[in-house]
Every structure is written in structure tokens, then in C-alpha cells.
Design a protein around this ligand. Structure first.
Ligand SMILES: Nc1ncnc2c1ncn2[C@@H]1O[C@H](COP(=O)(O)OP(=O)(O)OP(=O)(O)O)[C@@H](O)[C@H]1O
Length: 267
């Protein structure tokens, strides 16, 4: 897809991020995923604009992880109308660090060139772990391990960053700190982000656009134009609206936490 972007289009995408229809970094048309007789993703259309921050909500089993795996290139897309950038990175709920490698080597994994340690160090400093470069992963807290996972993703400067419930296992305060961190990293690097979450508050706090998936279809979407520091007022109304699309028998998700506004830097 990138090859189709001429220089002027790239410039335009960079300088006019708010245009209604910039060339998307992700484009799905009529995407279908079946496991045996079960249709998990059912004819899904999705565009993600460069630098756009999307939250994907949905009940358990609605197909969120299946969609994320597709965008990550971890799943079957042959013969389908799916465009994803080569430059992408994923952070999962568990940090998936190699315990026998120090932190900086986990971040450097797969990087090539002679500045690998410097790049790893810079990424770890960015996530606030410049003092733990040589630490062993098993000595890290859950929040620190997720910071390393974020550094490992960002050191590759992905155009698309995929986050699969990355903060679900963290306590509320740590999760709040991670929201601040993710937003500051996003502002600095501007990847397109898709975060899968069960947490409506998390979706509202972070995203430009919230999608609700049900039975493999997008059943609701909300654009959130308000600056992230001014979203506490919206939260109640939007939460109700989103929850109304998430309700149902087996809804175990949508944990409602007290809304904590995120301090806003320049959007
Ligand atoms: N490899 C597979 N083989 C068979 N069925 C699968 C496979 N992967 C996923 N499924 C089924 O697809 C459906 C959607 O799964 P998926 O993991 O995408 O849901 P989800 O929305 O991410 O759920 P959760 O919130 O619980 O993680 C589920 O019914 C699941 O059992």
C-alpha cells in the first residue's frame, strides 16, 4: 500500500492529519474469518487513518483478538481484500519477555546495525526505564514489564501499533500511569494505534474513535473529538451509549472504573 503513496500524498498525510480521508494505513473490505462452521468475523470493513487511535470494544468471543491477529499478520488473509502496513508491532496482555536476556536485549531483539544498544537504551529511557537496562525480566513489576514491551514495539517505529488488552492485568493506578505513557508515546511517534480492551473508560480516555464489535461485525462507532483532558464530562453519556451495545447475557467485560482524566499535551 505504501508504494501507492506519492511524495505529495505523504506530505499531505503528515501535515493534514485531520483531513477526513487521508490514505489509510489499514484497509479491510468484506473481511471474513471462519473457524470450521463458525463465522467469527463477518464481512468487516475497516479503515484506520495514519496516526489514528482506535479502541476496539466487544464482549468476550466477539472476535476482537481474531481481528487484531489479522492486522498483526498472525492470521490467514490470503485471497482477501486486506491491506496492512509491513511496519507494525504488537503488545499483548503479558509482556512476553525472554527471561534469560536482560531488558535492553529484549528490546533490541531482531534489531540490526551498530547502534542497537543505543536505540534500545533510548526506547527504554522513553518509557521511564533507563535505570533498568541490565535488569532481568523476572525482577520487573507487571507495569515495568509492559513498559519494556512498549519500548520493544516502539523502537521499531511502527506505522501500526496493536495493543491486545495490554493493561488488563495491572492495578488501577498503574493502568492510569500506562494510559499517560501510551498517549505521550503516541504523540511523540504518531503510529496508528488499535487497542483491544474490555474497559469502556480506557477506550474513552485513549481513543479518537471507539468501535464496538459484536459477532464479528462493527455494531457501533463513536468518534471522540474532545481533547483527552476534557473527557470526564463526556464519560457518563458515552459510557452508557457504548455499554448499550455491549450489554447482553454473557457480558463479563466493560469493567467500569472511576474515570480519571488524562492530562493533555498538544494533540
Ligand atoms: N484458532 C481458533 N480455532 C477455533 N476457534 C477459534 C480460534 N480462535 C478463535 N476462535 C473462536 O473465535 C471466537 C472469537 O474469538 P476471539 O478470541 O477473537 O474473541 P475476543 O472478542 O477476543 O474474546 P475475549 O474478549 O474473550 O478475548 C471465539 O468463539 C473463539 O472460540
Amino acid at each position: 500500500m505504501d508504494a501507492r503513496l506519492g511524495f505529495s500524498a505523504l506530505q499531505s498525510a503528515a501535515h493534514h492529519r485531520d483531513l477526513p480521508h487521508p490514505e489509510p494505513v489499514v484497509r479491510l473490505r468484506g473481511f471474513v474469518r471462519r473457524f470450521g462452521a463458525n463465522t467469527i468475523i463477518d464481512g468487516l470493513d475497516l479503515d484506520i487513518a495514519p496516526g489514528e487511535f482506535i479502541a476496539l470494544l466487544g464482549r468476550s468471543g466477539s472476535g476482537k483478538t481474531t481481528l487484531l491477529r489479522t492486522l498483526a499478520g498472525l492470521d490467514e488473509i490470503r485471497g482477501q481484500d486486506v491491506e496492512v502496513p509491513d511496519s507494525r508491532a504488537v503488545v499483548f496482555q503479558d509482556a512476553r519477555l525472554l527471561p534469560w536476556k536482560p531488558v535492553w536485549k529484549n528490546v533490541a531483539l531482531g534489531l540490526k546495525g551498530d547502534r542497537v544498544r543505543d536505540r534500545s537504551e533510548a526506547a527504554l529511557k522513553e518509557v521511564g526505564l533507563g535505570h533498568r537496562l541490565d535488569a532481568w525480566p523476572l525482577t520487573l513489576s507487571g507495569g515495568e514489564a509492559q513498559r519494556v514491551a512498549l519500548a520493544r514495539a516502539l523502537v521499531r517505529e511502527p506505522k501500526l501499533l496493536l495493543l491486545d488488552e495490554p493493561f488488563a492485568a495491572l492495578d488501577a493506578l498503574t493502568r492510569y500511569r500506562m494510559h499517560e505513557l501510551v498517549l505521550s508515546l503516541w504523540r511523540a511517534h504518531r503510529p496508528a494505534v488499535l487497542i483491544v480492551t474490555h474497559d469502556v473508560e480506557e477506550a474513552i480516555a485513549l481513543a479518537d474513535r471507539v468501535l464496538v464489535l459484536d459477532k464479528g461485525r462493527i455494531v457501533a462507532q463513536e468518534r471522540i473529538a474532545a481533547p483527552r483532558g476534557e473527557r470526564s464530562g463526556l464519560s457518563g453519556h458515552l459510557r452508557e451509549k457504548l455499554l448499550s451495545h455491549l450489554g447482553g447475557d454473557d457480558d463479563h467485560g466493560a469493567a467500569v472504573l472511576p474515570f480519571a482524566p488524562i492530562a493533555e499535551a498538544a494533540e
